[in-house]
Each structure stands twice: as structure tokens, then as C-alpha cells.
Design a protein around this ligand. Structure first.
Ligand code: C2E
Ligand code: MG
Ligand code: MG
Ligand code: MG
Length: 298
């Protein structure tokens, strides 16, 4: 491989450095795997929640929260990009994913009882979970246990997951939709799903990947693509949610483009449940959301 070739040609010192590095990272990987296999038992996983807002009369209104997994290990808070691929390889994601689902449904049900009656819960799913023949039974059990209405749950899947679909996965997605649980296509625009393909799945929401939103309104290509995706979603009868809304200009662009839902650091970063709960207000608006409004930007 190229790295090895380069290391060899750079001389002996470089060569052994390369192997030390390789051994180091293989060891780190093994350490991570074993630590991860005990994380559920040790209660080291925690969910952070990020608000999803409806852009109504130019005013962001809290409608839902996305649950995002974190791992508290050795005094550090580790993000999902670093450990979810490892969990997926070992299939441990099935167990962890079920914990995420139960915990998120329970938390949102609690917030509903505290007055956020219409709040919905959005949870990311891995293909491994959907490949389980009894996924729907487990889902029904969790809804029963936590008392969350199926209509208040959204399950997020990616284009890659749809591309790898089997008959089992397709049947499970249909069962989920039949329960009244909604399905969202996450990170839309980054995968290779053909548009015709989308029609075959029982989808309800489309989440526009933040890479497109990041460029608007200045970057003409980003603006054209974002408007096209919003229009596409609408013509397929899907609700469209923009991800990665960080600046007032992003929000104004989305309002002008007719996008009704948004999520991003500009409204709130993902937060621990107790921290997020402090910013709930009676009408469901967050104080901090006002920072994105043009009137309040000054
Ligand atoms: P995602 O589902 O697309 O989640 C959104 C990610 O974008 C989150 O990263 C969030 O913190 C980040 N984000 C939100 N708003 C902004 C913004 O305005 N700017 C920027 N730069 N980033 C923003 P996070 O929490 O690191 O999660 C990364 C990915 O890990 C998620 O992407 C999702 O695919 C996966 N993930 C997270 N939790 C779970 C889980 O419980 N199960 C599974 N299977 N995957 C999960
Ligand atoms: Mg997501
Ligand atoms: Mg996403
Ligand atoms: Mg993403």
C-alpha cells in the first residue's frame, strides 16, 4: 500500500515509525472495543438533545428534539463519529441502539408530561437494528413501556442504509410506518440514492445535509442545490428539515425558500437533558433562539 511504500523509501527510521504507529492504533482499537463492550453495564452512555424548530412567522418554535449519543469515558465526553463505526462492526450497536431508543422515548415522554405536550423525539437508527427480524416488536414494547405515542417518534435513516436494503429491511420499514411512527431520511444529498428510489420507501421527512446549508446564501451552487432539495422534498410530499443552521442568514434563506423546519447550533447545540430543560419556556420557544432572528441580531 502507498503509505507503506513511502515509508520504506524514506529509510529505515520512517519504516519502523510506520509500524509503531500501526501497532499503536491496532492496540488503541482493541482497548476501545473492550471498553465499549462494558459501557452499557457501566452506565457510560448519555444522550444529548438538539432542538428541532418550526420556522413560523419568522419565529423559531420548538417542535422536536434529536437524541445524539455520547460516551463518557475516562473523564472525556466522546462523540458518536469516533465509536459508532466500532459498535456497528461488532453488532454491539443493536444493544446500544435499543438503549438509545428507550432512553430518548422516556425522556421526551417526561418532557411532554411537564408541559411540552406536542414535543416529538427523533432517534438515529443503524442498519444493524433494522436487520433484526424482531425490531418492530422491540419498538412496540418500548413505546408501551414509556407511554410515548407512535406519532411522536421519528426514526432517522440514511441513504446508504436504503441502498443496502433487503426484503427484511423493507418489510420492517413498512411495519414501522404502519404503526404511525414517522421515518426521516437523514443527511440527504450526501449519499447516492436515485430520486426514483425514494418513492419506494415509506418516508415522511427529509433532512437536508448541513454541507449544503453551510454555503448559503453566498455560494450560488449551494443555494441552487438547497432550493432544489427543498422543492424536491415538497413535491414528494415530505416535510423538509434543514440541518446545520448556524447564522441568521441561513434562517432567512430557508424562510424565503419555503423550508419549514430547521436544526443547528444557531438555535442550540445538543445539550444534556437537564441543561436543555432549563431553556424550555411556556410557549415552547427558547430564549436563546431569538439570537438568530434579524431583529435581535443587532
Ligand atoms: P446526524 O444524525 O446527522 O446528527 C447531526 C450532527 O450534526 C450531530 O453531530 C450534531 O451535533 C451536529 N450538528 C448539529 N447542528 C450543527 C451545526 O449547526 N453545525 C455543525 N457543524 N454541526 C451540527 P454528532 O452528535 O457528533 O453526531 C454525528 C452523527 O452520529 C449523527 O449525525 C448520527 O449519524 C450519528 N449518531 C448520533 N447518535 C446516534 C445514535 O444513537 N445511533 C446511531 N446509529 N447513530 C447516531
Ligand atoms: Mg440524525
Ligand atoms: Mg443529519
Ligand atoms: Mg450528519
Amino acid at each position: 500500500d502507498l503509505a507503506l511504500y513511502r515509508a520504506k523509501n524514506a529509510g529505515k527510521d520512517q519504516f519502523s515509525l510506520y509500524f509503531d504507529d500501526l501497532r499503536g492504533s491496532a492496540q488503541r482499537r482493541l482497548d476501545l472495543e473492550s471498553a465499549l463492550s462494558q459501557a452499557v453495564a457501566r452506565d457510560e452512555y448519555v444522550l444529548h438533545y438538539q432542538p428541532i424548530c418550526r420556522l413560523e412567522n419568522g419565529r423559531p418554535y420548538l417542535v422536536g428534539v434529536e437524541a445524539l449519543l455520547r460516551w463518557q469515558h475516562d473523564g472525556q465526553l466522546i462523540g458518536p463519529q469516533e465509536f459508532i463505526p466500532i459498535l456497528e462492526e461488532s453488532r454491539e450497536i443493536v444493544r446500544v441502539g435499543e438503549w438509545v431508543l428507550r432512553e430518548a422515548c422516556h425522556q421526551v415522554r417526561c418532557w411532554q408530561l411537564l408541559g411540552q405536550t406536542q414535543l416529538y423525539c427523533s432517534v438515529n437508527l443503524s442498519i444493524r437494528q433494522l436487520q433484526q427480524p424482531d425490531f418492530t416488536d422491540r419498538l412496540i414494547a418500548i413505546l408501551d413501556e414509556t407511554g410515548l405515542a407512535p406519532s411522536r417518534l421519528v426514526l432517522e435513516i440514511t441513504e446508504t442504509l436504503l441502498m443496502q436494503h433487503s426484503d427484511t429491511v423493507m418489510a420492517t420499514l413498512q411495519q414501522i410506518a404502519d404503526l404511525g411512527v414517522r421515518l426521516a431520511l437523514d443527511d440527504f444529498g450526501t449519499g447516492y440514492c436515485s430520486l426514483g428510489y425514494l418513492k419506494r420507501f415509506p418516508l415522511h421527512l427529509l433532512k437536508v445535509d448541513r454541507s449544503f446549508i453551510a454555503g448559503v446564501p453566498e455560494d450560488a451552487d449551494a443555494a441552487v442545490i438547497s432550493r432544489a432539495i427543498i422543492g424536491l422534498g415538497q413535491s414528494l410530499g415530505l416535510e423538509v428539515i434543514a440541518e446545520g443552521v448556524e447564522r441568521p442568514e441561513h434562517m432567512q434563506f430557508l424562510i424565503d425558500a419555503g423550508c419549514r423546519y430547521a436544526q443547528g447550533y444557531g438555535f442550540s447545540r445538543p445539550k444534556a437533558a437537564a441543561d436543555l430543560q432549563r431553556s424550555f419556556s411556556a410557549e415552547g420557544c427558547f430564549e436563546e433562539l431569538w439570537c438568530l432572528l434579524p431583529d435581535h441580531a443587532a
